[in-house]
Design a protein around this ligand. Sequence first.
Ligand code: IPM
Ligand code: MG
Length: 360
Amino acid sequence: MSKQILILPGDGIGPEIMAEAVKVLELTNDKFQLGFELSHDVIGGAAIDKHGVPLADETLARAKAADAVLLGAVGGPKWDKLERDIRPERGLLKIRSALGLFANLRPAILYPQLAEASTLKPEVVAGLDILIVRELTGGIYFGQPRETRVLENGERQAFDTLPYSESEIRRIARVGFDMARVRGKKLCSVDKANVLASSQLWREVVEEVAKDYPDVELSHMYVDNAAMQLVRAPKQFDVVVTDNMFGDILSDEASMLTGSIGMLPSASLDANNKGMYEPCHGSAPDIAGQGIANPLATILSVSMMLRYSFSQSDAADAIERAVSVVLDQGLRTGDIYSEGTTKVGTVGMGDAVVAALRNL
Ligand code: IPM
Ligand code: MG
């Protein structure tokens, strides 16, 4: 039976980078006879323009029915003034939550060809290979109550709530340990247990889960220290497991170690490895429409999709090799450009990956 893949390009640079990723996906589909059927829909600002909401019910139904979802990015200044509940980002949070995609895998890998593109010294980042496992459907992003209100003295006040239940912590901790087990066997759990009740429970539950993984070395780190250690000595980390908001922040930080957030893919998985795949970066409205965005994060998200949702590791490897070939050829989008390399645009980069993949 054919596998259904739903493509949601989103806003800003989303459609541009997605067009390149789809070229790569279609070629991979032919070359490895994967039998994928692609369909397209809208999310975020594009959905607000079309349906008045950032994620229409019919789009969510199609995402639920699909075997995997490939997403570009959402948001932009056009929709920034809207109320929080109908902003483009709400569509993204809703699809993550409704599909139960609690495990967000964000690898930060430094391609050796890009050591010069990092703002850190090459010896600090050479060979870097970190995996951030971010809890994605709980914590402060979804906690209730959340409110903006006017106090009796007339002053406005706003608050959010940061809840974590034992079961939510346990299942994401297991993903962290499972990933560490097949990598470098080191897991660092990041929290703020010196201040937050939710983090104290987080630490306790992670300790309990650790009993099932005696082969994995567990450490704990406060998030402020982790932010510092990531730029001081990032290679001390193998797998990092952390909550939704800390993971949001630390994954942006980790991405810059690799030279550009434009290189980093992500996978968001449910309990059965059904997933949504998207670049870690946003919709970059400042460069949208200029044809200069880096499509590699989205192309590498296709590779993650083949690996995690479809167990097609040969096809996934081929895409990653093709990306490596293109970097060897010295082709760079602006975000990873350094002297002596050749600057290309979004389409140029996509075409080069397609050509490299065809020639493998
Ligand atoms: C991310 C993004 C999203 C998040 C935004 C767009 C809601 O920053 O995927 O990291 O905060 O999760
Ligand atoms: Mg983010």
